[in-house]
Design a protein around this ligand. Sequence first.
Ligand code: PLP
Length: 351
Amino acid sequence: MTIQPRSQVGVSQGYHSPQVDVRIRLNTNESPYPPPQELMERWAKGVAALSLNRYPDRHATKLCEDIAKFHNVPAEMVFVGNGSNEVLQSILLSYGGNGTTAMSFEPTYAMYETISRVTDTRYVPLERNASLLIEPGGLAERVNAIAPSVVFLCVPNNPTGMIETSEVANILLARRGSLVVIDEAYGQFCDQSVVDLVASNSNLVVVRTFSKIWSLAGMRIGYCIANKEIIETLWNVALPYHLDSSKALIGSLSFDYIAEMEARVASLVSERNRISFELEKLDVDTWPSATNFILFRPRIRDSGELWLKLVERGILIRDWSKWPRLENCLRVTVGTEQENDEFLLALREEL
Ligand SMILES: *Cc1c(COP(=O)(O)O)cnc(C)c1O
């Protein structure tokens, strides 16, 4: 007899983006730029001096203070995890689970559904409108009918790249009995945030990550900002010493390089606008992006075939064509200027 996992765990393969060994990787929205060399050197020296025989500071006090300062909030409003996915998981371990419901607006980030399932939280998707935006009309009624414990709202949304109107967040936040989790993984690319609303909305949680703008996807650092009671709950649910001391160190050091981060973001935004402009001239439909990626749909070519042709040319993008509502859609992450040139040239030729 084989031992079976819980039914929620066994049914699907979990999240993964196919990785192929290619020259140009534009498939997972990472930064194409490494962190500053000086930061890496200071971190390496700092790691060599750590007392690794001792447990780390359990609440990563310094890192939380630095994050708090960056967002101009008190440190007691910050919880940090190993990537924002772990933050999302901690939220559902605290506020989801058996007998509760989480909801989001499809198509959106797949982890909301996946983490709901593994934490035994019922997941109810609402559909976006034909433009892949959330329709504010009738939204309050639709959400009330679901009565979710947790609402996930990704702004700007992955994989569509678009921003919702502030009306949508306001309608959701008005339901005081639901925790509203706004995932701002790409917030810096549109210079827009709802962090300022946390003080006046005790049910708002804003989630951010070091994976994209800070060029630290490999370090796994994410955090959320919320009122003190929520933050205390998340620290109680997290495993003791879940953040290692080398991670807390690089996170803190990063804030000495804010200007460099802003320069990377500015260059990616300008490249994104250039790619969008070039895509307009080709036989594809695109959606306006406020992020570091662009969703597009070839009008005539089959997306699967096109994806493979690009892989053969050493360029990996993401195929979304199997997703409901995203038939024949592909998503390209903004890379360096040279990578983007190669992508555009290959796409132009293959189309
Ligand atoms: C990339 C991404 C994240 C980041 O996850 P990490 O665990 O912090 O790497 C979170 N949310 C969305 C919508 C993303 O696209």
